[in-house]
Write a protein that binds this ligand. Structure first.
Ligand code: FES
Length: 121
């Protein structure tokens, strides 16, 4: 569970809505793995969807690439820590999900489907 007194808005920007496919549960109730064609990617790649429950009781979902931006290790098995970061198991660098400077994409759940939200007009 996050211990941040407030969390930062999703920093990732998408020019259009992106459907996330191949959703799979993990051992953790707040983490899903899937595939999506993220902005600036030419093909669909593995992603991780994290969720947290907001003060109003609603869930917020955020999606990031499953590959660590440092040297590409798979972060899908690494735990989201209370400070809003996932620490890559290979070199322990933080990947911001709910913390400052994050490039996570705001994601909506509609029925059983997930979409990265369009963030441009
Ligand atoms: S590959 Fe993730 S910190 Fe180096």
């Amino acid at each position: 569970m996050l211990t941040l007194s407030s969390y930062y808005p999703a920093g990732g920007r998408a020019e259009h809505e992106i459907k996330i496919i191949n959703i799979k549960p993990t051992e953790r109730a707040d983490v899903l793995t899937a595939m999506a064609k993220l902005p600036y990617a030419s093909t669909e790649k593995p992603v991780v969807i994290y969720s947290q429950t907001l003060a109003n009781g609603e869930k917020e979902y955020r999606t990031v690439s499953a590959k660590c931006p440092h040297q590409g290790a798979d972060i899908s098995g690494d735990e989201l820590k209370a400070d809003g970061n996932v620490y890559c198991s290979l070199h322990r660098r933080p990947i911001c999900i709910f913390s400052e400077y994050n490039h996570a994409y705001l994601t909506e759940k509609r029925a059983d489907e997930f979409y990265i939200v369009k963030s441009y007009q």
